[in-house]
Design a protein around this ligand. Structure first.
Ligand code: UDX
Ligand code: ADP
Length: 461
């Protein structure tokens, strides 16, 4: 086995693979990094001469792509070729929640991971280190290993788990300055080969090695704990609304306890993103598989609370607008699941929109980074109504002023910085009266908004 890594291949050029490989290429100029994907359109976008056309928006990403692309970072659809040439292969494909069969709606669908393992086994002419990057259930490495062990020619493969902890919107800084790098594996040599790559820019003290299963489970656990904090503060936000407490004041007060810490205590309309819900569902499914009913029920509650937060926000809008939004124009500011990303997976906005559309509201949506086609695709994917009806009821706008013109209410769903800079006086002047403003992100200042004449509601006070 050759452990001096000169060529890396990453299968899956998505939100995880793209930024991760860009940073590795930038930090290791002597290593050739090839990102491959079956999706030719996505690869073409990564190769686009116009850096504004990259398929993923992340602050700082385009600068790195500009420095490394066609030098030691390549994007290609030739998956077999890249696998064959590389000594180390990262698997960074999507692992959506299963929407069929056993484990439907709970378990992760591992078909893409399995296909990758089979492809690596089929194509390889030399032994390789295979690194799991995708979020996966515990013991997935066992599946990959057993497929690779059956590869012809008795080649030596080592499987490592190296979960990604980057958060979207801050992916590049998370990759450059991570809290820790986690590597799980059985072969010291393989672990060292991956460590050697990270050590070029990460302090060795921050590189933690564990067995495979601890590494896999740590990723799920980290996301479950983070999501749990959001659901916990969201639960308190509802209580604040009843008791006269202010959720930010409570968050600050508890966050100063060093045992609790101040991060991830921002009440919101609900967490979204590709990981939190999927990983908790995974955890719940695994616990149920082992008949750990109390463990499963405990974690499931985090998701139930999140669903409750989204529907209670939508219900509050309907109730406040005199119990009907039928035919009323409601502007929705923000569609992404958080600021600084164009990713909309599991975004709370989608569920709030669906709820309001079911109540026959006329929605006018604006998001600075999400395209109209993506917005329609997301709302169509829920399959609550036909796509014609969705187009009749929902319109997408190029700026917030247009979206809010003539509206009965404005709802803020994503905490984009630019929403703080909006000329809210102009927005108010062009709305119907009473002008309702529902702040699902606690983004604006109550006094200021009330002085402008808005009927202002924010979660948690
Ligand atoms: C998350 C993890 O943070 C990251 O480590 C992991 O690798 C992938 O999943 P991400 O989903 O990109 O990252 O975003 P994150 O910043 O964690 O936010 C997730 C959701 O929680 C967002 O919808 C965000 O708006 C919401 N959130 C976060 C809150 O509502 N309140 C908070 O205090 C923090
Ligand atoms: P993540 O957030 O985990 O990065 P994405 O959906 O953004 O998820 O990216 C995963 C990528 O993996 C997609 O672009 C998809 O086309 C790609 N992919 C899935 N299966 C394969 C495969 N067998 N070979 C190559 N690419 C694949």
């Amino acid at each position: 086995m050759k452990l001096n890594i000169k060529k890396i291949c990453c299968i899956g050029a998505g939100y995880v693979g793209g930024p991760t490989m860009a940073v590795i290429a930038d930090k290791c100029p002597e290593i050739q990094v090839t990102l491959v994907d079956l999706n030719a359109e996505r690869i073409a976008a990564w190769n686009s001469a116009d850096l504004g056309e990259l398929p993923i928006y992340e602050p700082g990403l385009s600068e790195i792509i500009e420095r490394t692309r066609h030098k030691n970072l390549f994007f290609s659809t030739q998956v077999d070729k890249a696998i064959e040439e590389a000594e180390m292969i990262f698997i960074s494909v999507n692992t959506p929640t299963k929407n069929y069969g056993v484990g439907k709606g709970m378990a992760a669908d591992l078909k893409y991971i399995e296909l990758c393992a089979r492809q690596i086994a089929r194509v390889s002419k030399s032994g390789k280190i295979v690194v799991e990057k995708s979020t996966i259930p515990v013991r997935t490495a066992a599946t990959i290993k057993s497929i690779l062990e059956d590869a012809e020619g008795g080649l030596e493969f080592h499987v490592l788990s190296n979960p990604e902890f980057l958060a979207e919107g801050s992916a590049i800084s998370d990759l450059i300055d991570p809290d820790r790098i986690l590597i799980g594996g059985e072969s010291d040599e393989a672990i060292q080969a991956l460590k050697d790559i990270y050590q070029r820019w990460v302090n060795p003290d921050k590189i933690l090695t564990t067995n495979l299963w601890s590494s896999e489970l740590s990723k799920l656990t980290a996301n479950a704990f983070l999501a749990q904090r959001v659901s916990s503060i969201n639960a308190i936000s509802e209580l604040c609304e009843k008791t006269g407490a202010n959720v930010d004041e409570v968050a600050t007060a508890i966050g100063m306890d060093s045992r609790i810490g101040s991060k991830f205590l921002k009440a919101s309309v609900g967490f979204g993103g590709s990981c939190f819900q999927k990983d908790i569902l995974n955890l719940v499914y695994i616990a149920r598989t082992y008949n750990l009913t109390e463990v499963a029920d405990y974690w499931e509650q985090v998701i139930l609370m999140n669903d409750h937060q989204k529907s209670r926000f939508a219900n509050h809008i309907v109730n406040t607008l005199f119990n009907t939004v039928n035919g009323k124009r409601i502007a929705m500011l923000g569609w992404a699941f958080k600021k600084d990303t164009n990713d909309t997976r599991e975004s709370a906005a989608i569920y709030v929109a669906d709820h309001l559309l079911t109540e026959m509201a006329q929605l006018a949506v604006y998001d600075p980074k999400v395209s109209a086609s993506k917005i329609y695709q997301d709302i169509d994917a829920i399959s609550t109504r036909s796509s014609e009806e969705n187009r009749d009821l929902l319109s997408v706008h190029l700026n917030p002023y247009e979206a809010c013109r003539g509206a009965h209410a404005v709802a803020i769903l994503t905490e984009w910085d630019e929403f703080k800079e909006i000329d809210w006086q102009t927005i108010k002047d062009n709305m119907l009266n009473p002008a309702f403003l529902f702040d699902g992100r606690r983004l604006l200042d109550r006094k200021e908004m009330e002085n402008l004449g808005f009927k202002y509601y924010t979660l948690g006070e």
